[in-house]
Ligand binder design. Structure first.
Ligand code: NAG
Ligand code: NAG
Ligand code: NAG
Length: 385
């Protein structure tokens, strides 16, 4: 640049005369060159397109797209983070699943329209004999619930595609009552349900449970509750504090020790506390073995320590222990009467959002398959669905 300026300064006349000559000569001399260049460009483009489509480069494109197939199928943008998994069956180990489920957004407000759902988590041996009652319960409330079923791994579910239970089975393992494998199954249910960002409340149920109110009543009752319905009480007797092992201290002190029914309801925050727990789990696994029934103590105690102020300390699943023994009463066809449900639904007093309430139980157990027909019959009039 500088040399050019100097040259111009040295002989302005020369430079100007040369430039005028050039400006006249350029168009005539360059035009054919330009046309030739353009023609070459077109030819080259055609050749290279042909080459890309039919030779080496094409192989590269195919191999990249086939190895990244799942990525291309996923929706772009925010969708892919908020869309629940389309298939509940996955190949994650429990360790991988719990890790994945513990992801938490740090910003409180959701930047999209979020309809909070209740996750109904069925912990079962296999079949769901009361499924037709549940089908009716859920009908018309799509988008406000999701269903997860954990059964014995050997059980093969065969629900028609019209059923709300169709393809809602999660990868399961054997779980034994009173053992850590039972809590593992519950954590597995929670973790799978957490993968759906819209699930806000999580209810654990069994195949012998039934709802005793309509979907809307249950949905609003749970949604509007400031507390989660985890049964947790301090039982000073041999079946309460008597099951505590000194080895658990100082993480778990005897004053923290709680007992409660396995059939809980927790919000998203508590569900995450449960799946992310690595502090209390080893203690309970090691020091709470029969006759310490870990599924009655682990979650109530752990959550009392970590978030006691979020617990209602009562269960919303009614059960009848009045007959005594190791198992609660099971109700069959002949038990299903209007009076029976008056007893379940009313005649209780409890606190709901710090106020006295007579609606204390939303679910009830245990019901045998023989109860199904009478239940279907009585449900519209007595249960409201
Ligand atoms: C899980 O792994 C098996 C074998 O590796 C495979 O056939 C199956 O498609 C996988 N399932 C999913 C949901 O990825
Ligand atoms: C449940 O119990 C914990 C302590 O164990 C307490 O902090 C909490 O306030 C109780 N919840 C309600 C609703 O009273
Ligand atoms: C609930 O009712 C009992 C009497 O049954 C009363 O003593 C108590 O103060 C009431 N609690 C509230 C929060 O209203």
């Amino acid at each position: 640049m500088q040399s050019r300026v100097v040259a111009v300064e040295e002989g302005k006349e020369n430079a100007v005369s040369i430039r005028t000559n050039q400006t006249k000569a350029l168009p005539q001399r360059l035009l054919p060159l330009l046309v030739l260049f353009l023609a070459l460009c077109v030819v080259f483009t055609v050749i290279s397109m042909y080459t890309i489509r039919h030779f080496g480069v094409q192989n590269l494109v195919t191999s990249v797209s086939s190895s990244l197939q799942p990525c291309f199928e996923e929706p772009g943008g925010l969708e892919k983070y908020i869309k629940p998994p389309s298939n509940l069956m996955h190949n994650m180990t429990d360790e991988q699943l719990l890790w994945r489920a513990s992801f938490v957004p740090r910003i409180k407000n959701y930047p999209f329209q979020r309809v909070p759902k209740i996750a109904f988590m069925f912990l079962t041996k296999g079949p769901l004999p009361l499924a037709p009652l549940w089908e009716r319960f859920f009908k018309g409330h799509e988008g406000r619930y999701s269903i997860y079923v954990h059964s014995l791994p050997s059980f093969e579910a065969k629900f028609p595609s019209s059923s709300v239970f169709h393809n809602r089975q999660i990868p399961s393992q054997i779980s034994e009552w009173g053992r850590m494998s039972m809590c593992d199954a519950e954590r597995r249910l929670l973790a799978n349900a957490l993968l759906d960002m819209s699930n806000e409340r999580f209810v654990l149920l069994s195949e012998s449970c039934i709802p005793v109110y309509s979907f809307s009543v249950i949905y609003n009752y749970i949604r509007r509750s400031k507390y989660s319905f985890m049964g947790a009480f301090d039982d000073p007797g041999p079946f309460g504090r008597g099951r505590y092992d000194e080895h658990m201290s100082p993480d778990v002190k005897i004053t923290d020790w709680r007992k409660g029914s396995q059939w809980f309801e927790v919000n998203r925050r508590l569900a995450i506390s449960i799946v992310e727990d690595t502090k209390f789990y080893p203690k309970f696994e090691q020091y709470c073995r029969p006759a310490c029934y870990v599924d009655e103590h682990y979650f109530p105690t752990m959550l009392t320590i970590e978030a006691g102020n979020m617990l209602a300390n009562r269960s919303i699943t009614w059960v009848d222990w009045s007959r005594g023994g190791a198992h609660p009463a099971t109700f069959g066809g002949s038990d299903i009467t209007e009076n029976f449900f008056n007893r379940v639904r009313e005649g209780h007093r409890c606190l709901y959002n710090n106020r006295n309430s007579s609606v204390c139980f939303l679910f009830a157990r245990k019901f045998s398959p023989s109860a199904l027909e009478p239940l279907l019959h009585i449900a519209p009039k007595v249960l409201g669905f």
